[in-house]
Design a protein around this ligand. Structure first.
Ligand SMILES: [Zn+2]
Length: 315
């Protein structure tokens, strides 16, 4: 005999929903807080609520891994696609390997890719995903210059700079009206929290464009200084000449026009690159001298065969 379905299932379903709501509150207090603001009819100051929401988000490594997985291929495609040479890709991987092996998060699924893009840029996604534009290879005159670029990007992923920047006003203001509205919709429907991480597939979709903008155009000043500072630690561990730690920054000052609008993860006017060079060189003077590794780093010769060094910027 069949049970009467509504009698049998409704109370337990209600209990389940109450449990889920409680879980959401525990898992994501910021979402609950924004939910409260919304319920009180405070749609008026959505931007402030979003700042609060992002600030209060407790991003876990699982979220960083989710971002890396969800965005890496898409961002590579958006930046110009993989450079179509297995030999060059392999050479870059070989070159980057000792640098990546300095990571204090060796369990991350580290990857590096050469992107078919002439801009002098490189970027990193949370969860250990690195990308170097071929424009960097054309202007990096020595292994130390390319190593500095990789060490800088490694630092962004290593020290979770993306999730730090996502809590800034700058990030939420880049969300745009549609992004804000979508985020608020998700929050008010209670679909923001998830177990084991705070980023759902839906939320990853909403955040994709501003995160792309963020990783390819640079972080806040302090995070950039932080990433520059890491060049020195990596050089010490890999055995590269500390005296050359700031050389790629100097190259960028030479090849990029002074009035450039180009702001990248590596080059920006705030902080100015001159200031960045000064800071790196000051830190080098304080750093312990290291033993240099013998021989040229693996992959370098192959990369330079494909990308002979240019001294002047070509449009
Ligand atoms: Zn950077």
């Amino acid at each position: 005999m069949r049970d009467h379905p509504s009698d049998a299932t409704q109370p337990s379903r209600r209990a389940l929903l109450a449990g889920a709501a409680a879980l959401l509150t525990v898992a994501n207090p910021a979402a609950a807080q924004l939910g409260d603001i919304l319920r009180q009819g405070g749609l008026g100051d959505v931007a402030n609520s979003l700042d609060g929401l992002m600030k209060g988000m407790d991003f876990k490594e699982a979220d960083e891994l989710a971002m890396g997985t969800a965005y890496y291929e898409r961002f590579i495609a958006q930046s110009g696609g993989r450079y179509n040479s297995r030999r060059a890709q392999e050479a870059l991987r070989r070159f980057a390997d000792p640098i990546i092996r300095t990571s204090l998060r060796p369990h991350l699924p580290w990857e590096v890719v050469l992107v078919d893009n002439e801009t002098v840029n490189a970027w990193a996604l949370p969860g250990g995903k690195l990308a170097v534009h071929k424009g960097v290879l054309r202007y990096a005159a020595t292994p130390e210059e390319l190593a500095a670029v990789l060490a800088h990007e490694l630092a962004h992923a290593e020290f979770s700079h993306a999730v730090a920047q996502m809590k800034s006003k700058q990030f939420t203001s880049n969300l745009g009206g549609l992004g804000k509205q979508a985020l608020v919709d998700r929050v008010s429907r209670g679909s923001l929290g998830s177990l084991g991480g705070t980023l759902t597939t839906e939320l990853l979709g909403v955040l994709e464009a501003p995160i792309y903008e963020m990783v390819t155009s640079g972080y806040g000043r302090d995070l950039e200084y932080d990433a520059d500072g890491h060049i020195i630690s990596v050089f010490q561990r890999v055995g590269l000449d500390l005296g050359k730690a700031a050389n790629f920054h100097k190259t960028m000052m030479q090849v990029l026009p002074k009035q450039t609008e180009e702001t990248t993860s590596l080059y920006s006017t705030h902080p100015g690159t001159e200031k960045r060079v000064e800071r790196i060189e000051k830190a080098v003077r304080k750093a312990k001298a290291n033993n240099l590794a013998p021989g040229a780093p693996g992959g370098w010769a192959e990369l330079k065969e494909s990308f002979p060094t240019r001294r002047f910027r070509r449009a």
